[in-house]
Write a protein that binds this ligand. Structure first.
Ligand SMILES: Cc1cc2nc3c(=O)[nH]c(=O)nc-3n(C[C@H](O)[C@H](O)[C@H](O)COP(=O)(O)O)c2cc1C
Length: 362
């Protein structure tokens, strides 16, 4: 059973967070207004569309938002949107189904906060796999995890180099508990250095692959105008990078996005983190990838409650030739490690945007 216990909520509102971050990115203008508009908690007695909006605030690969929502009177299905797949980095749609799980978890937490108990079922199978969430009136659970939904983000900056407490790690792993998913935590320097070696090897393989770089390039947004036009993808301010005109972004990408530069960045990222969490599903199928997504989303929300940030470093599990070696290092040679996530403390970066509910409802 999932633990909904949480400790000390950081008490930040999106407005406060926006204000603090605004000082660093003063020229984002209308971008802030859109973030503020998208990241409101729901008013009382929300329509099902409200729960869908909260679901879309979930983590998802490349911010591709690879989901569609079918709304019925008392249930909602979350379906894969294969038109948004990232076939080079994610050829078997693993990340796509993990992303559906992240969205499903936000949906159920938002529903519970408004007195709706969610019965989550995975149906279909293979590429047809999807999630159905049936709702019925229940106890209202307006938890700190719910309030953390608009505040959670992937923070791809250096962290502060400090440890987090054992009690905090216990809370993170308790929150992430999900049938069929294990979470391994690595805080020891030797272990983190070993994972760094895998990350550098994986990143080097990806940077040497022109198809990987071309696909990533398609999802980059270099300025607020580009980010606001699509409301998806990876906006440079959200990754701690400068905001520049599109033409300059293209040129800078070619000059500054280098294998050595990226490997140095990831070394600093890992060395300044408090630890690394690895998520592992019991089986290698879309049903378990959805479970992994639910588990990760809970972990990330609980981290947000504790003022702990997180960011993915999935290269060793994305590069197919490296994944078995990483699994052997983990001591699970016959299983597939699903996600690699560092955590620690750092200031917030700007929040990423989402497409409106009207664009994801079918
Ligand atoms: C399955 C999955 C894989 C991801 N892989 C990476 C990754 O390798 N590197 C990274 O920086 N972020 C990764 N992310 C984070 C997403 O890019 C991020 O969730 C998305 O851009 C939305 O931003 P947000 O999390 O700040 O809301 C991943 C997220 C998911 C759910």
């Amino acid at each position: 059973m999932l633990s909904r216990r949480t400790l000390i909520f950081s008490g930040l509102s999106v407005a406060a967070l926006g204000g603090a971050v605004y000082g660093l990115w003063p020229r984002l203008g209308k971008y802030w207004d859109e973030v503020e508009r998208q990241r409101q908690l729901l008013s009382s007695n929300p329509e099902l569309e409200g729960f869908v909006r909260m679901a879309t605030l979930a983590a998802n690969g490349h911010n591709s938002q690879p989901w569609k929502f079918r709304i019925n009177p008392t249930d909602v299905s979350i379906l894969p949107d294969f038109s948004r797949r990232t076939q080079v980095v994610d050829p078997d749609d693993h990340h796509l189904f993990v992303s559906l799980g992240c969205a499903a978890e936000n949906f159920t937490i938002a529903a519970a906060a408004h007195g709706q108990t969610a019965d989550v079922r995975v149906f279909g199978g293979g590429p047809e796999t999807a999630v159905n969430i049936a709702l019925q009136p229940g106890a209202t659970q307006e938890t700190s995890l719910y309030k953390a939904i608009p505040l959670r983000q992937s923070t791809r900056s250096d962290f502060d180099g400090k440890s987090v407490t054992a009690a905090e790690i216990d809370l993170l792993t308790a929150a992430a508990r999900e049938d069929g998913v294990s979470v391994l935590i690595f805080t020891d320097t030797t272990q983190r250095e070993a994972i760094l070696e895998f990350v550098v090897e994986g990143n080097s393989a990806q940077m040497d692959d022109p198809a990987f770089v071309a696909e990533l390039r398609q999802w980059l947004r270099f300025n607020p105008r580009q980010a606001l036009a699509t409301k998806d993808g990876l906006f440079s301010a959200c990754t701690g990078n400068p905001v520049v005109p599109g033409w300059m972004g293209d040129a800078m990408f070619d000059v500054f996005f280098t294998k050595d530069g990226e490997n140095d960045k990831y070394s600093k990222h890992i060395r300044s983190s408090a630890g690394i969490a690895v998520f592992i599903g019991d089986r290698e199928d879309p049903e378990h990838w959805i479970k992994v997504g639910r588990s990760f989303q809970l972990f990330a929300l609980q981290a947000t409650v504790l003022g702990i940030r997180n960011a993915h470093l999935n290269m060793p599990i994305e590069v197919p030739s490296l994944r078995p070696e990483f699994a052997r290092w983990l001591g699970i040679p016959d299983m597939r490690p699903d996600l690699i996530v560092r955590f620690g403390r750092a200031p917030a970066l700007p929040m990423s945007l989402r497409r409106p509910v009207s664009e994801v409802v079918i």
